[in-house]
Design a binder for this molecule. Sequence first.
Ligand SMILES: Cc1cc2nc3c(=O)[nH]c(=O)nc-3n(C[C@H](O)[C@H](O)[C@H](O)COP(=O)(O)OP(=O)(O)OC[C@H]3O[C@@H](n4cnc5c(N)ncnc54)[C@H](O)[C@@H]3O)c2cc1C
Length: 372
Amino acid sequence: MSDGIFDVAVIGAGASGLMLAAELDMGYSSGVVLEGTSSIGTKLLMSGGGRCNITHGGSIKDFISAYGEAGAKLRRCLYRHNNQELVSWLEGVGVQTTEEDGRIFPTSMKARDVIDALVEEAASNMWQIETDAKVSALEKEEDGSWSIELKDRGWISARNLVIASGGITYPETGSDGSMLEILKGLGVGVTETRPALAPIFVKDYPYEELAGISVSDVEVTMKAARMRGDILFTHEGFSGPAILNISKFAEKGGLMKIDYGKSLEELPKRMQRVMRDRARGDSGDVRTKLLESLLRSDEFEIEGVSERGMVTSGGVMLDEMDMSSMRCKSADGLYIIGEALDADGITGGYNLQMCWSTARCSADDLRERLGR
Ligand SMILES: Cc1cc2nc3c(=O)[nH]c(=O)nc-3n(C[C@H](O)[C@H](O)[C@H](O)COP(=O)(O)OP(=O)(O)OC[C@H]3O[C@@H](n4cnc5c(N)ncnc54)[C@H](O)[C@@H]3O)c2cc1C
């Protein structure tokens, strides 16, 4: 790696870091993407079960509510680099897309094709991608540049720094939250992190034998939220879109209610048997009442959520950021993009869209800053 000073160093070669490099032509400037693990885009490769649900279809206006409270703060960035623009851009770099039930995928249904296209663009934009380059410390120098310590490899310098280090879940992919700790040390505000879009475990889970069965269009309620959608029974607990989307509101010891919104006969056969067993009572009347209450309000005490969340709730506070440029207000030359931010969406391609949009907004600002 060069001993000189890089114009831009990006920490993390996931969806956001690779998109930034694919979008920003470095020309005569120098740029490096530092990836802590030995391979790039590992989480992107897992996305959508390997098929990569790139974004959602329809109007970008409808995206805002998918991010809860963060939506209003993300609006400007999402509007500027929206889903339609993304699809055209991807098609321009050779990734054809297909819409399925509102979700957009590469037509090949291969996340690998998205990564390959991003890497090819990054290379033609003259970026250097360094793997096994785990950042272990950052220091802001008096001349405004950044000193970056790479584990077992010494220090390098950069004038501008982009944090694209992701969240805390699936730490084996390299997204282990280590950069969030380093940012805290620099005085950047970071909210508490927890897994989101994760299966939920409950006390006395009665549906182990129904693993693999799903029920469509149910309503799941917790103290702080209500979601409608499909649920899936697993060996250990509840999953499926409605559960994943509500999981970030799950509190240990809190109550979760499920309204199946169906008669017993409309439920899957094996589930009917389990429900009848659960509604055992002394008399026929009692059994009917118990069954009715199970169908309308099946109540569970929450034990916790799986650590295997598809995304992280929490991260760098959006109030710390200029949300047009993705510049951190408290440190000059510091940009933060993607899942490292305190913003997460429901399932359906919204999380990757947030990565693409924030990366492309930071590229706009860096382009201007580099005088390109
Ligand atoms: C199983 C699964 C399925 C998913 N499916 C979808 C889907 O279909 N659609 C969707 O929209 N979203 C999906 N998501 C979420 C989506 O994949 C992520 O939100 C997105 O990939 C995050 O991108 P990122 O670039 O911000 O972070 P990441 O992809 O996590 O990349 C961060 C990179 O930074 C590196 N890094 C971290 N710390 C350091 C350090 N100190 N030094 C150097 N490098 C470091 C990591 O090794 C990693 O490569 C899914 C997630 C999972 C886990």
